[in-house]
Design a protein around this ligand. Structure first.
Ligand code: PMP
Length: 393
C-alpha cells in the first residue's frame, strides 16, 4: 500500500504546545467545565478603535487589493523607523534596515532559513519560545541551549558556552522582556551580548515582542541602542502585544542589512507580504498616541499581575512579580512536574496554564500563567487553586 510519510526532520520537533493546549481546552468545554484560560499569551482586550477604523477604510481602497511590496510599504517602514527614533533614539534607514513581517513568528522562523546551513550551531535560551528550536531543526542546524536560571535573573552566561560551540555558532536568539520567565535585561547585558556575538561572528536575533510590556516605571531598551549593534544584530518588533493585534499578523525586523537581505530572499520566495490595509493600520498604531494606549494597557496588566501574585502566594506558590511581559513563571509547589501540575489545574480547578516543559528542559518544574482574563476571573482562579492545593500536596 502507498504510504505517505512526512519528512524525518519533523520528528525532532514536538507538536506545538499551544495546539495541544487548544485540544485539552476543547475537551474540557465539551464536558461543561467553566474554563479560565491562562494558557496562551493572547490579549483579551480589543484592538484600539483608531487602529481598526483605519483598517476598515483601507480595505476599501483599490491600492490595497493588489500584491503589496515584498519588504513592506515604505510608509509602514518609515512608521517603524519613526517609532524607533522616538522610543529608543535609534535612527534606522527605512529602505534597508526595516522589513515588514507577517507577525514576528514568521520573521523569526524565516531568519533561521536565511542564516543557517546544515550543522551550524544556533544558540537558544532554555526556556525559550519554541519557534527558534523548531526551525533550527527544520534547517538541519544544531541547537545549543543556554540555560536561564532564576538565580542569574534568567540571563544566559555567555562564558559557559564552550569555545568549540561558539566557533560553529551562526545565530544567537535572545528575548527580553522574556517569555516565559518575565525577566528583563538592561543595556549592560546587551553590551555583553553584542560584544560576544561580534567576537564570534554570530548574528544576534533579539526577539522584542514584549518590549513595550513593562511595569513599575521600567522601560525596556532595544538592543540597537548599543553603539555598533546593527553590525551584528537584528531586532524583531511586533505590534501584536502592544496594540492587541495578535490576529492581524503585523511586525517588523530591524537592524543588520545583510541579515535582512537574507531574510528577504527567503520571504520573496515564500510569501508575498502582508496586506496593505493591515500595514496602514500598523502605521497609525505606531504613529498616533501609542504611548497613551500602551501605558493604559500596562496598568491593566500590572493590576492583574498583582492580583495573581498575591492570590497564588496565599496558597503556597512562590511567585515573584515580573517587571515585563504578561506572564507569571511559577515554580510548582512541592517540586511537582509542570505537565502534571498543568493537567491537575485543568482537571481540579478548570484553570488552563501552559506547562513549563513546553519551553525547554529548564521549565520542567514550572507552569506559565498568562494575565489574559479580567481581574475578577483571576480572583476566581486563585480561589479555585487555593481550594485544590491541599488535595495535591
Ligand atoms: N516571540 C515571542 C517570545 C512570543 O511570545 C510571540 C507570541 N506569543 C512571538 C514572538 C510571536 O508574535 P507575533 O507573531 O504575533 O508577532
Amino acid at each position: 500500500m502507498l504510504e505517505i510519510k512526512a519528512a524525518q526532520r519533523l520528528d525532532k520537533v514536538p507538536p506545538y504546545a499551544f495546539a495541544q493546549l487548544d485540544q485539552a481546552k476543547k475537551r474540557a468545554i465539551e464536558r461543561g467545565v467553566d474554563i479560565i484560560n491562562l494558557g496562551v499569551g493572547d490579549p483579551d482586550l480589543p484592538t484600539p478603535e483608531w487602529v481598526w477604523r483605519q483598517a476598515r477604510a483601507a480595505v476599501g481602497e483599490p491600492r490595497n487589493h493588489r500584491y503589496p511590496d515584498y519588504e513592506g510599504s515604505l510608509g509602514f517602514r518609515e512608521a517603524v523607523a519613526g517609532y524607533y527614533q522616538r522610543r529608543f533614539g535609534v535612527s534606522l534607514d527605512p529602505r534597508e534596515e526595516v522589513m515588514a513581517l507577517i507577525g514576528s513568528k514568521e520573521g523569526l522562523a524565516h531568519m533561521v532559513w536565511g542564516m543557517v546551513d546544515p550543522g551550524d550551531v544556533v544558540l537558544i535560551p532554555d526556556p525559550a519560545y519554541p519557534v527558534y528550536e523548531a526551525h533550527t531543526h527544520y534547517a538541519l542546524g544544531e541547537p545549543y541551549f543556554m540555560p536561564l536560571e532564576a538565580k542569574a535573573g534568567f540571563l544566559p552566561d555567555f562564558r559557559a558556552i564552550p569555545q568549540g560551540v561558539a566557533r560553529r555558532a551562526k545565530v544567537m536568539f535572545l528575548n527580553y522582556p522574556n517569555n516565559p520567565t518575565g525577566a528583563v535585561a538592561g543595556r549592560g547585558f546587551f553590551e555583553a551580548a553584542t560584544g560576544y556575538c561580534r567576537e564570534h561572528g554570530i548574528l544576534l536575533c533579539h526577539d522584542a515582542a514584549y518590549i513595550e510590556m513593562t511595569y513599575d516605571g521600567y522601560r525596556a531598551p532595544s538592543v540597537l541602542e548599543i553603539p555598533g549593534a546593527r553590525e551584528v544584530a537584528v531586532e524583531f518588533y511586533s505590534l501584536s502585544k502592544p496594540f492587541n493585534m495578535t490576529g492581524w499578523r503585523i511586525a517588523a525586523a530591524v537592524g543588520n542589512k545583510e541579515a535582512l537581505a537574507a531574510l528577504g530572499k527567503v520571504k520573496t520566495n515564500t510569501d508575498s507580504g502582508q496586506s496593505g490595509a493591515i500595514q496602514e493600520a500598523g502605521i497609525v498604531a505606531l504613529r498616533d498616541d501609542p504611548e497613551g494606549f500602551i501605558g493604559h494597557m500596562n496598568e491593566v496588566y500590572r493590576s492583574r499581575r498583582d492580583v495573581l501574585v498575591e492570590g497564588l502566594g496565599a496558597s503556597g506558590w512562590d511567585v515573584q512579580k515580573p517587571q515585563g511581559t504578561f506572564y507569571l513563571w511559577a515554580r510548582c509547589p512541592g517540586g511537582m512536574d509542570g505537565r502534571t501540575m498543568a493537567a491537575l489545574l485543568l482537571e481540579e480547578a478548570g484553570v488552563i496554564v501552559a506547562p513549563g516543559p513546553a519551553w525547554g528542559a529548564q521549565g520542567q518544574h514550572y507552569v506559565r500563567f498568562a494575565l489574559t482574563v479580567p481581574e475578577e476571573r483571576l480572583r476566581e482562579a486563585c480561589q479555585r487553586i487555593s481550594a485544590m492545593m491541599p488535595r495535591v500536596q
